[in-house]
Design a protein around this ligand. Structure first.
Ligand SMILES: C[S@@+](CC[C@H](N)C(=O)[O-])C[C@H]1O[C@@H](n2cnc3c(N)ncnc32)[C@H](O)[C@@H]1O
Length: 178
């Protein structure tokens, strides 16, 4: 019986710990993220988004709220672009950095609030955020981003911008050009 218990704890323990750290870390930053939790865009959707784009290796790409960094790694694999990600959830930030190191992806993951970032130098801004954040982010993009910048918003639209294209996957993906 003891042996079964130890095997159960050996398997379930790390999983429970993982979930606990995830929950704590998410709760900690909830007032800043306004509900935008650490949920990843599906790989299928990321592939479809990247199919729509054409990026040169010198393109500057940013994921605002990069989660575990999967978009950054996909951009590197597809276009050899070293993208930048901002992440405020410490658990997601550690995960993104660790996975980038594991898969030898030279993307940069910055810890902190993307509302403090300078968005003026990017050619492509990607985000998957919740509607409460998007109006403020849109104002910031309008203030800082260069004309011609591409913006891709997964699942939710930027309320005041007209999309050039909407891709209908499980959820919509909105493509904009400033
Ligand atoms: C829905 S997830 C998307 C993750 C990733 N972009 C993807 O598509 O797989 C949103 C992420 O944005 C982060 N986030 C929300 N508000 C933020 C802020 N103000 N600064 C930095 N990160 C933020 C959350 O912690 C969360 O990990």
């Amino acid at each position: 019986m003891d042996k079964v218990l130890w095997i159960f704890l050996g398997i379930a323990g790390p999983l429970i710990l993982f979930k606990l750290v995830y929950a704590l870390s998410t709760a900690l930053v909830l007032p800043r993220t306004r509900g935008a939790m650490f949920v990843g865009t599906s790989r299928r959707k990321i592939r479809a988004i990247l199919e729509e784009l054409s990026l040169s290796p010198s393109a500057r790409v940013v994921d605002l709220g990069c989660g575990d960094g999967r978009f950054l790694r996909a951009v590197w694999r597809r276009y050899r672009v070293r993208a930048v990600g901002y992440e405020i959830n410490p658990f997601a930030w550690v995960l993104a950095r660790s996975l980038n190191a594991l898969f030898r992806v030279p993307a940069e993951v910055r810890f902190g609030d993307f509302m403090q970032a300078d968005l003026s130098g990017y050619d492509l801004i990607f985000c998957y955020l919740f509607p409460d954040v998007l109006p403020r982010l849109e104002e910031k993009i309008r203030r800082e981003a260069r004309p011609g910048t591409f913006i891709v918003s997964a699942n939710f639209p930027l309320p005041g911008l007209k999309p050039q294209k909407v891709l209908h996957l499980d959820d919509p993906v909105y493509f904009y050009r400033l």
